[in-house]
Design a protein around this ligand. Structure first.
Ligand code: S3P
Length: 435
């Protein structure tokens, strides 16, 4: 299929009932923990996106038997010691989560591994995992230089540390937890703000022990894990594009079923509500340690808002769609304290400022954020910057715009949401054509 789409403004609202693919972050962790557990785990509703395929293939390269049928994954783990020296470089593709978590997992194994990725991943900072892992005794070299991938990891015994992470990052925290579970002694991670806590919530299902007090996570070393069966909730980060679309495309009423509502991930819902978004949560429940529920979202009159502090961490992946929604709100939306967005799959602050301006929106780009003045999105040209979430957010801008948009680089949506355009067509009719 071609890498370019034409998107026409939606002429009807987004109505109906939708279930989203499995959460990407939880799927990574479920498969990794299963791979180092003893026994056979069955993971249902696993993400089938490119990033999760990178994790599965990486673990297969390490000798783990993983069978995938659609969104069902069966993993036969043989414990930490069941991992085998990889015969080739492990390709993490576009996935920061795969590379950073594997760095922690492999640092304590007794063999050498090399981790590499695509051009985007090679640009992303790895010092944030290299520095604390070295303090634990790890031998990790940045072969790309400047703490960038490729990484060479010469596995060796580790010891526990107490570490204050300079940035709130679930990837760093999880890498240290995976290393800490294999280390001698206790590992304690102090975060400035609590980042997503899926690793901590999943570990007990695999028989792991972890304590969480406020923003401090503690694991004891020398733990063995055991297989389990679980079901991954729908990905709120994927749902967010359709929640945003429903808020801004007139006449929408969308029912979202069985979506993850972990409070470390629901920042965008709070932000949309603060802007006047009508979002109702129904049937809140807990599944395998994760809060899930259903949502009803209706088209709303929105006004700009101010976003900073803990909201940035709790909405970290949702800024592309938040920016598009802000472009359709009355008044100004200010995003501050979000410099982390510069080191995601693309420099998202720059990508969003450039893209929204090209669609007729006034945007100021700050070192750590954006100031977006709501207006009328017109059609025009867009590009994804090779970033799946920029591609999906701009597609929503196209649906809510006043004219046709030609958007390049949309292959990237398959990183997290291969069925994205099928769902757009299902909900809005023939608005999207691949050309
Ligand atoms: C993720 C954590 C976040 C997020 C990323 C997925 C994870 O990154 O942006 O898309 O699965 O742990 P950081 O931990 O670097 O903030």
């Amino acid at each position: 299929m071609s890498d370019t789409v034409v998107i026409r403004p939606a002429t009807t609202g987004l109505c109906g009932e939708v279930t989203f693919p499995g959460d990407k972050s939880i799927s990574h962790r479920a498969v990794m923990l299963a791979a180092v557990a003893h026994g056979t785990s069955h993971i249902r509703h696993c993400s089938t996106g490119g990033d999760n395929r990178s994790t599965i293939q990486a673990l297969q390269t390490l000798g783990v038997d993983i069978q995938q049928r659609g969104d069902e994954v069966t993993v036969t783990g043989c414990g930490w010691d069941g991992l085998r020296a990889p015969a080739r470089v492990i390709d993490c593709g576009n996935s920061g989560t795969t590379m950073r978590l594997l760095a922690g997992l492999l640092a304590a194994r007794s063999f050498t591994s090399r981790l590499d990725g695509d051009a985007s991943l090679r640009r992303r900072p790895m010092g944030r995992v290299i520095v604390p892992l070295r303090t634990m005794g790890a031998a990790i070299a940045s072969e790309g230089g400047d703490d960038r991938a490729p990484l060479r990891i010469d596995g060796r015994p580790l010891h526990g540390i107490s570490y204050r992470t300079p940035v709130a990052s679930a990837q760093v925290k999880s890498a240290l937890v995976l290393a800490g579970l294999q280390a001698q002694g206790c590992t304690q991670i102090w975060e400035p703000v609590r980042s997503r806590d899926h690793t901590e919530r999943l570990l007990p299902a695999f028989g792991g022990r972890v304590t969480v007090e406020d923003t401090v996570v503690t694991v004891e070393g020398g733990q063995e894990l055991h297989a389990c069966d679980l079901e991954v909730p729908g990905d709120l980060s994927s749902a967010a594009f359709f929640i945003g679309a429903a808020l801004i495309v007139p006449g929408s009423e969308l029912y979202v079923r069985n979506v993850g509502l972990n409070p470390t991930r629901t920042g965008a819902l709070d932000i949309f509500r603060a802007m006047g978004g009508e979002i109702t949560v129904l049937h809140e429940r807990e599944r395998y340690g994760e809060p899930v529920g259903d949502l009803v979202v209706r088209t709303s009159a929105l006004q700009g808002t101010e976003i900073a502090g803990e909201f940035v961490v709790r909405a970290i992946d949702e800024f592309p769609i938040i920016a598009v929604v802000a472009a359709c709100a009355r008044g100004t939306t200010t995003i501050r304290g979000a410099e982390e967005l510069r080191v995601k799959e693309s420099d998202r602050l720059h990508a969003l400022a450039t893209s929204l301006r090209a669609l007729g929106i006034e945007v100021a780009e700050l070192p750590d954020g954006l100031v977006i003045t709501g207006g009328r999105l017109r059609g025009g040209q867009g590009q994804s910057f090779g970033d799946h979430r920029i591609a999906m957010a701009l597609s929503v801008a196209g649906l809510a715009g006043t004219g046709e948009m030609v958007l390049k680089g949309v292959d990237s949506v398959a990183i997290s949401f291969p069925g994205f355009y099928d769902l757009v067509r299902e909900l809005t009719g023939p608005t999207v054509t691949h050309i």
